[in-house]
Design a protein around this ligand. Structure first.
Ligand SMILES: C[S@@+](CC[C@H](N)C(=O)[O-])C[C@H]1O[C@@H](n2cnc3c(N)ncnc32)[C@H](O)[C@@H]1O
Length: 285
């Protein structure tokens, strides 16, 4: 319920509208600008206020607080809320049907069952839904900001890498994690690899946030579909963060097979660094 409410206010940009009214705004005014029926909006905001997201300063008057301000649309956490309340919640309705032993079509994912799209969500974004694709890219920046930037930076010895080492960030998304690493470790060069539209989006973000790294020639943007193509081969390290955790074993295997194939063609050595979540027992990984 909370996720659905968060997604709704993020989509309706309620926190943006409240920015100019630190003392609060009547829900009828918010209803006018968001197009959400007044009574429903009041109930949604009140539910969130009971969880300390927004304040109900007086009956039916709502204001931002330190939590709700994170939902302003320019903040990637707002995109993360939207993504969770949309793609994730929709898919979750099919979790049981997807994992129960007697399921009819064993190959279909929860996403595919819930939405009717047969492509994996990444290809769906790439081919059919630029708006959700952009939101997803930003959502990953939001996710990393509260969970993994520093653990990724300090969890691997990036600072000890030799000058001019090249790190390929596979399934980089917009490359925000590599950007963090590249800024902290000026001796490292980065190659970002993801699906073509994501890589185009990444170029814009890097131009905006790290133009000095682009101008110094320290980052390359190379599109790939790594289930069908080998990644670039001349890198010293291959880094994958939050990429294979939600893949089937055959697809995860497919990716590593493609990588191996590329490397066999260009005899060289390299290291892989994987940063991901697992629910398996450590002995089973
Ligand atoms: C969960 S996101 C992780 C992004 C980033 N590494 C991070 O930690 O924020 C997974 C990424 O893998 C990419 N990806 C999925 N399938 C891919 C494929 N077949 N080829 C290339 N990239 C793919 C997606 O486009 C997405 O950007």
């Amino acid at each position: 319920m909370t996720s659905a409410c968060l997604g709704t206010v993020a989509q309706a940009k309620v926190a943006d509208h409240l920015q100019e009214f630190p003392d609060g705004l009547h829900v009828s005014k918010l209803s006018e600008v968001t197009g959400i029926e007044c009574n429903y909006l009041a109930r949604i905001l009140r539910l969130l206020a009971t969880k300390h997201i927004f304040r109900e300063v007086s009956p039916d008057h709502f204001a931002n607080n330190r939590l709700s301000i994170q939902l302003v649309s320019s903040n990637p956490l707002s995109s993360f809320s939207g993504f969770c309340a949309d793609e994730i919640l929709r898919s979750s309705t099919e979790l049981h049907n997807t994992i129960v032993k007697s399921r009819p079509d064993k190959k279909r994912t929860a996403w595919s069952r819930a939405t009717g799209h047969l492509d994996p969500v990444w290809e769906y974004y790439e081919k059919q839904d630029a708006v959700r694709a952009q939101r997803f890219g930003k959502a990953m920046i939001g996710f990393s900001s509260f969970i993994t930037f520093d653990s990724t930076l300090y969890g691997f010895p990036w600072k000890d890498l030799a000058p001019k080492s090249t790190v390929c960030d596979l399934g980089s998304g917009l490359g925000h994690v590599s950007m963090h690493i590249a800024k902290a470790c000026p001796q490292i060069n980065i190659v970002l690899q993801d699906l073509p539209n994501t890589i185009e989006q990444a170029k814009l973000i890097w131009r905006e946030r790290a133009p000095e790294i682009i101008d110094a020639g320290r980052v390359e943007f190379v599109p790939v579909n790594f289930l069908r193509q080998s990644p670039v081969t001349a890198c010293d390290y291959y880094f994958m963060k939050n990429v294979i955790h939600n893949w089937s074993d055959p697809n995860a295997g497919r990716h590593f097979y493609e990588r191996q194939k590329g490397h066999e063609r260009h005899i060289q050595t390299s290291d892989s660094r994987i940063c991901d979540a697992t629910c398996c027992r450590v002995s089973a990984v």
